[in-house]
Design a protein around this ligand. Structure first.
Ligand code: UDX
Length: 475
C-alpha cells in the first residue's frame, strides 16, 4: 500500500461524466492505481448508479458501493432520476455545471472525515471541467484523464490557443500542418474545428477545459507512447500529456481476466459468440457505429448492399436510437434480414471486446470512436473506417496514415456513400494487395499495447511516475 511518510494511505478521487465511454476508462485507470497501492474512489452522478446497477454485467455490490476494489460515490446532477437528460443536452450540461460543483464539494467534505484519508489527488475528465475548480477550492492537486487520442488534445490545444492556422469560413478547405501530425485535410479534422460544422466550433465544455488548464497539475492520456509518439512529443514543451493506456479490458491485453472492470449501459447479446464460433477463422466483418452515431437511411442502405454483395459473413450492431428517427435513419432496408439470413447476424448491442478478440473476425467496419479504435488496435484487427463527427475523422487519419491498419470509406462527389465503395473497401482490407500489410501492422500494435501496460512498459512507467508524484506531493 502506497503510504505517506506519516503512515496514512494515499487516496485518489476520480470524477467521471456519467457515460460508459467516460466511466470505463476511469475505472480501468483506477484499477491500475489500486494495483500500485492507492485507495481509489470514483464519483459520478446518480443517474449512472441507476443505470449501472440495473444493467451491469460486472460484479458490483450496491450495498458496499464498490467495484473491484474501487469505492463508488454518487452525487446529484440537479435533476430527478426520471428526467430525460437527452431532451436538451445544452440545458443539461449547464445545469450539471451549476449543481455538480456544489454537490461534489459537499461530497468531498463528507468523505474527508477523520476515518477516511483526505484525497491527495482528484482526477477529472473533459466533460466535467468544473472539477478543477472544486479541486482548487479544496486545495487538492488535480489531474485530467483525456479520453480521446493525444493527437486530438494537441489539435484542440493549438486551436483554442490560436497557435496555428485552421480553416475559416473564407477558406474552408485549407489543409492544416501541425507539429508531430501528418498533413490534415479538411475531411481529417475533428468536426469541432470546422467553421461550417452544424455543431459549432469548440464546444463550451472543451473551451472551459482549456481555460482551466492552469489548474491541472497532470494531463493523462488514454493511449500509449508507441501509438502516438510524434503527437505526444509535440506537446512536451507546451502542455505535456502522459499516455497511461490503452485503458481497455484486461483480457484484450492478455492480462488476468480477474483484472477486468467496466460497465455496460446496454445488455449485450451474448448469443452472437455462439454464432461466431460457427464461422471460419478471419472471415467475419464486424460492423458497429458505437453508442451515439445514427446513420442516414442512404448510408444504411449502401452498407447493407455492400455487405450483401461481399459474400462474407457479417455481425452488425444496429442499436435502436435514443432519439426520434427521421426518414428511416438507423434502420435496415426492407427485406435485408430475409435476403442475408444465415450469412449475417444483427444484434442491438454485443460484447464488443469479446467479439473483436474472436478468431472469426476479419475486420471491423467502424465509426472510429476512440474506445472502439483502441479495442480494435489491441485486438490486432484491421479497420474499415467510416468516421462521422467529433474526433472520428482524425482517428481515421491515424488509422490510415500513421498506423497503417486500415482503409477509409469515402463518400462520392455528391457526398453520398455508395455500395460499390463499401464493396471496394471490404475487398481491399480482406483480400487486396495490402491485406497482409494491414494484418502485420495490426499484430505489431497489439504487441506494442501489451508491452506498454506490462510492468516496466511505457504506460506502466508513466503511471508509476504519476503515483510517485502524488505521494511526494502529499508528504
Ligand atoms: C463517443 C464518441 O462518439 C467518440 O467519437 C469518442 O471517441 C468517444 O465518445 P462512442 O460513439 O460510443 O463514443 O464510441 P466509442 O468510443 O467507440 O465507444 C463505444 C463503446 O461501446 C466501446 O467501448 C465498445 O466496446 C462498446 N460497445 C459498442 C459495446 O460494448 N457493444 C456494442 O455493441 C457496441
Amino acid at each position: 500500500m502506497a503510504m505517506k511518510e506519516e503512515g496514512k494511505a494515499i487516496h485518489v478521487l476520480m470524477v467521471a461524466f456519467a457515460a460508459q465511454g467516460h466511466i470505463n476508462p476511469m475505472l480501468r485507470l483506477g484499477k491500475r492505481l489500486v494495483s500500485k497501492g492507492l485507495h481509489v474512489t470514483l464519483a459520478t452522478t446518480e443517474i449512472a448508479a441507476h443505470r449501472m446497477f440495473k444493467t451491469s454485467s460486472t460484479t458490483t455490490t450496491t450495498a458496499t458501493k464498490s467495484i473491484s476494489g474501487i469505492h463508488l460515490e454518487f452525487f446529484s446532477d440537479g435533476f430527478p432520476i426520471d428526467y430525460d437528460r437527452k431532451l436538451d443536452l445544452d440545458h443539461y450540461m449547464d445545469t450539471l455545471g451549476k449543481f455538480g460543483p456544489i454537490n461534489l464539494s459537499k461530497l468531498i467534505q463528507n468523505l474527508s472525515h477523520d476515518r477516511v484519508p483526505k484525497f491527495s489527488c482528484i482526477i477529472s475528465n473533459p466533460f466535467v471541467p468544473w472539477v478543477a475548480d472544486v479541486a482548487a477550492e479544496h486545495r487538492i492537486p488535480c489531474a485530467m484523464l483525456w479520453i480521446q487520442p493525444c493527437t486530438l488534445y494537441a489539435i484542440y490545444y493549438r486551436f483554442y490557443n490560436n497557435l496555428n492556422e485552421f480553416p475559416t469560413l473564407e477558406n474552408p478547405d485549407m489543409s492544416v500542418e501541425l507539429p508531430g501530425l501528418p498533413l490534415l485535410h479538411a475531411h481529417d479534422l475533428p468536426s469541432f474545428v470546422i467553421p461550417s460544422n452544424p455543431f459549432g466550433s469548440l464546444p463550451k465544455l472543451l473551451s472551459q477545459m482549456f481555460q482551466n488548464m492552469k489548474k491541472l497539475k497532470w494531463v493523462l492520456g488514454n493511449s500509449f507512447q508507441e501509438l502516438e509518439k510524434d503527437a505526444i512529443d509535440s506537446m512536451a514543451e507546451l502542455c505535456p500529456i502522459k499516455p497511461i493506456g490503452p485503458l481497455v479490458p484486461s483480457t484484450l491485453l492478455g492480462e488476468d481476466q480477474n483484472l477486468d472492470i467496466g460497465i455496460d449501459m446496454w445488455i449485450p447479446e451474448e448469443t452472437c459468440m455462439e454464432w461466431l464460433n460457427q464461422q471460419q477463422p478471419s472471415s467475419v466483418i464486424y460492423v458497429s457505429f458505437g453508442s451515439i452515431v445514427v446513420l442516414s437511411a442512404k448510408q444504411m442502405e449502401s452498407i447493407a448492399i455492400g455487405l450483401k454483395n461481399s459474400n462474407h459473413p457479417f455481425l452488425w450492431v444496429v442499436k435502436p436510437s435514443d432519439y426520434p428517427k427521421k426518414d428511416g435513419a438507423g434502420e435496415l432496408p426492407l427485406g435485408f434480414l430475409e435476403e442475408t439470413r444465415g450469412r449475417g447476424l444483427i444484434v442491438q448491442w454485443c460484447p464488443q471486446t469479446k467479439v473483436l478478440a474472436h478468431p472469426a473476425i476479419a475486420c471491423f467496419l467502424s465509426h472510429c470512436g476512440w474506445n472502439s479504435t483502441l479495442e480494435t488496435i489491441v485486438a490486432g484487427v484491421p479497420i474499415i473506417a467510416f468516421p462521422q463527427w467529433t474526433d472520428q475523422p482524425t482517428n481515421a487519419k491515424l488509422i490510415l496514415d500513421v498506423l497503417h491498419v486500415g482503409v477509409r470509406l469515402m463518400p462520392n462527389k455528391d457526398g453520398l456513400l455508395s455500395n460499390e465503395e463499401v464493396e471496394r473497401c471490404i475487398e481491399e482490407i480482406i483480400a487486396g494487395p495490402r491485406a497482409e500489410e494491414f494484418k502485420k501492422a495490426a499484430a505489431e500494435l497489439k504487441q506494442g499495447a501489451r508491452e506498454a501496460v506490462a510492468e516496466g512498459g511505457s504506460s506502466d512507467r508513466n503511471i508509476q511516475l504519476f503515483v510517485d508524484e502524488i505521494i511526494g506531493n502529499s508528504c
